[in-house]
Design a protein around this ligand. Sequence first.
Ligand SMILES: [Zn+2]
Length: 238
Amino acid sequence: MKLDVLVFAAHPDDAELSCSGTIASLIAQGKKVGIVDFTKGEMGTRGTPEIRMDEAKASSKILGLSIRENLCFQDVFFKVDDEHVIKVVEKIRQYQPEIILANAVRDRHPDHGKGAEIVKKALFLSGLKKLETYIEGESQEIWRARNLYHYIQTDWIEPDFVVDITDYWDVKVESIKAFKSQFFDPDGQSADTLISSSRFMDFLEGRAREYGMSIRSDFGEGFTKDRMLGLSDLTSLL
Ligand SMILES: [Zn+2]
């Protein structure tokens, strides 16, 4: 299956927290979007890998994703090395996306910066003819995605552009709330973390409103570019 947009994320919920409004708006335009998570977030304070896989499935349904996969890298300890980069090359060649979205270039969680780096390397390598990769024993075609953008998660980063997600804010919130073990604790038993605190949803809304205000809309998601952006038509900008 060919995708229009492929999103890579170090942990299940990174994509929802950072760019699910954009994903929902792409899908509403009829684009095919998928998410490939690198780890099951098994080192996370709350929840278990099994619970988080179920939650990712529920969120994928809310967003209307075409695919969702997990590469089962080791949470916290995965390295930016050939082995991990090649696994991402295989996914890029398999799904042949025009646009790739990846983790923030730097963030509070060190896996996010590593995730960004792995995808940047894989984007380049996936276009190299002499780098052979296989899927189910079949040799894969090379693929050159047109662009890579990095979403922004916890730490503040000045975006290069902002996507208006005003019409998709409610879907974004719903997709985040699918990760019940991370954001809500009905029994009040497990340890509090930054994202399980009641202040966290307020922070997310504040961030989305701030990025939204910067483009004179209600809610926005910010991205940074990997290389210079080009326009064929000046009027296509808002
Ligand atoms: Zn994360």
